[in-house]
Design a protein around this ligand. Structure first.
Ligand code: SF4
Length: 232
């Protein structure tokens, strides 16, 4: 796969008149904001209800997600659903999305091996994330792993150092102004976003890769339990 240092970015593909997540999702199918669309099967946009109380942000779709067009339907997604249940979070109140909406991989024989998105991909795709947040009203934002942390909190945030802490949202964002105003009607009226909180933890795929999977899973559940208790 070709490497690039720059990309046009997703902003030009986001219709300003898109009022709903469904309209954004439809527009994202045609995104050419970076080169990842070329080799992936399809855009994998977020899923869940606009009224979700918790927004979970992961890294990028994996092989299974790329084939099905849905986030968190592969092995890491199954583990995440179990952890969400064990933490006492209501899955009906969750919106799931990724920082990067196309699968980045390299071919080894017939196998497609996950490659971590570069900063150029995170930056290019971030406008979709900002657009999703503008249509959501989360009480808790959960950042799953380093890529999502880079997209929302900037390159200096370390998940390993600050995981499990409830931080103010959007005040803790790298560019809080991107998340501070949200539309309140279809006439273009905007208002201040509700004060919410953010919690960072590991990505569920890190549990699958861990030497001690039980300990890593318990750590993920412990962090998500903090998030669950943070709901009013
Ligand atoms: S990864 Fe994001 S910016 Fe790049 S083409 Fe896909 S949707 Fe567009």
């Amino acid at each position: 796969m070709a490497e690039t240092d720059t990309a046009p970015g997703a902003q030009q593909f986001i219709p300003p008149q898109a009022d709903t997540l469904d309209e954004l999702r439809a527009a994202a199918t045609g995104c050419r904001g970076c080169e990842l669309y070329r080799d992936a099967s399809q855009t994998v946009f977020g899923r869940g209800d606009e009224s979700a109380r918790v927004v979970l942000v992961g890294e990028q779709p994996g092989d299974m997600e790329d084939q099905k067009g849905l986030p968190f339907v592969g092995p890491a997604g199954r583990l995440l659903r179990r952890a969400v249940d064990d933490a006492g979070l209501d899955p009906g109140h969750i919106y799931l999305t990724n920082a990067v909406k196309h699968f980045r991989f390299e071919l080894r024989g017939k196998r497609r091996i996950h490659q971590t998105p570069d900063r150029v991909h995170i930056t290019a795709c971030r406008p979709w994330l900002v657009a999703e947040f503008a249509r959501l009203r989360p009480e808790i934002v959960v950042v799953l792993g380093a890529t999502a942390a880079k997209a929302l909190l900037g390159p200096t945030f370390r998940v390993t150092r600050q995981r499990g802490e409830l931080l103010p949202w959007p005040a803790s964002a790298q560019h809080p102004e991107d998340f501070a105003r949200v539309p309140v009607d279809n006439a273009g009226t905007v208002a201040d976003a509700l004060e919410a909180r953010l919690l960072a933890t590991i990505h569920p795929s890190a549990v699958l890769r861990a030497d001690d999977q039980d300990a890593a899973y318990d750590g993920l559940v412990a962090d998500l339990t903090v998030a669950a208790r943070g709901l009013a």
